[in-house]
Design a binder for this molecule. Sequence first.
Ligand code: G1P
Length: 296
Amino acid sequence: MNRKVTKAIFPVAGLGTRFLPATKSIPKEIMTLVDRPLIQYAIDEARSAGIKEFIFVTSRGKGALEDYFDHAHELENTLRKDGKTDLLELLRQTNMESGAIAYIRQHKAMGLGHAVWCARRLVADEPFAVLLTDDVIQGEPPCLQQMIEAHAETGGSMVATMEVPMDKTRSYGVLDVAEDMGAIVRVRGMVEKPRENPPSNLAVIGRYILAPTVMENLNKLKQGAGGEIQLTDAIADEIEAGRDVYGLRFRGQRFDCGSKAGFLQATVAFGLAREELRPEFLDYLQDVLAMRKAAE
Ligand code: G1P
């Protein structure tokens, strides 16, 4: 029996420079997709996949992120007095059970692998999930749930993966596939942001289920691509050590909310997915397109 995955790490220490000036005063993870901060999407996905302990690897200037999960007593009291039970319920979903959430500080920006390593003592000897909040995924069941189900069969470590155009592989961790079983691939190597000769066009997307031995690999803290300590390298070390690593071609659509274009696309997709917004928003989009066509 593979051990149940109940802990998840959310590396949220990044500076978010691609969204300056907004990120001068708000953490990028608090930026809003429709009416919810990015972090809420990742939390909801983790919760629905059975995650019970949420570990945030933060950095200076992320106070707003920590506050987001606290009770907002004044606000809640006012809503209660006004009988706004629907809004109270909405807020309730943002609260975390006491003790379910932990914050660890990454003191220096040394890469994703280093951020994950900062949480090693909280993870101890259990398999754990990692969710990158920049990657927002629309999927049913949610992507992490799909992975937990697949991982219960395979064991080992698992990354979410999808095909990307060959010329985009240099922005991702890329899989070298040993065996393609359809939805699941067994991996024989992984390269972080290959400058040339990518081993495939299967890119790593920001959802991972990792064996605790990945933390041991990270203990070596070796620098990889871009001079950073790369999570990809620590996962590749698992294969070197003879342990299994898989990729799951998840069902769903992924948005790169680390880029402005991706964020805008996600705004459209998640806006259209909301029944109460759809008719008006769709009309607007159609008008915009028609106007652009007429102007051509
Ligand atoms: C990180 C990982 C990379 C992965 C990507 C997915 O890169 O290092 O392997 O493919 O996330 O979004 P980043 O985009 O943070 O540079």
